[in-house]
Design a protein around this ligand. Sequence first.
Ligand code: SAM
Length: 278
Amino acid sequence: MYINPAWRILTIGDGDLSFSTSLWNNYKPQHLTATVFDDKQSLTAKYGDEYYQQLVSSGCQVLSGFDVTCQQTWGKLKRNHYDVVIFQFPLIPAFSSVQEFKQQCNNFSINTLNRRLLRLYLLNCFEHFLADNGAKLAFITSKDVKPYRQWNIEDALTLNTNIHFIGKSCFDINQFPGYKIRNVDRDKHVKSTQGTTYVYSTEKNTEINASLGDKIKGCPQDNKSQDKYCSICRTGAFYTDLDKQVHLASKKHLQMQHYEQQWLSYLQHEEHQKDRMG
Ligand SMILES: C[S@@+](CC[C@H](N)C(=O)[O-])C[C@H]1O[C@@H](n2cnc3c(N)ncnc32)[C@H](O)[C@@H]1O
């Protein structure tokens, strides 16, 4: 992950604050605001408050009970102040019962709800968190295995917005000594399988473009060659038409196509909501 020490950084949903603490200790950014979704009491009960105290005593701002989708929880956060916002391994919290899920999901699937979390994160980054005179970058680090790769992070999240996916890089946890990747709800830390950091900006050319890999690995830019790829499954190049037909009929592709359709329905719902609010 490319980090410029001159940056003002905001971290989102940092389970136990070990990522923010490592970021602060190893890169000394100009400013760091770290946020956690849990309230202070749950944070302390799950993980203790060692990282919290370390950050606060180093002069960093730490906000608990911070829901990136809900402005009312943002408290003393300075608006439009940051160069980069980072969300490591986002995942919606588990529902405590089927009943709770039915009440809250609005008939959307877990796949759509995770995409919604990331879309709202990106929209709020560029509308409320990032400074106009700054680097204008939003990072999402996630895993390239199921169910995360079924979110189509590269293409789906920014549809109908002015935000561009500008590239990705491998996430190397050794760059962040002491960072423990946390499960969404429990106090255990997860096995550090390979992660990828996806980078977004409203600018097409940013100071970090040169450090990022291809948008779609190996996928050529011209439409004719793209015919040999399946962008939603990120599969290809198909050697023959028959190979492509076999892929399009596969369970894996049909499942992804279903998720894409659900996502488009969600985006329509979002549009209707916006129209209704005027
Ligand atoms: C798999 S955990 C990863 C935790 C931490 N970022 C890490 O890398 O160890 C997913 C995190 O996303 C956070 N999260 C889920 N929904 C959120 C929301 N609406 N706003 C902020 N954080 C959220 C959860 O609280 C949880 O800490």
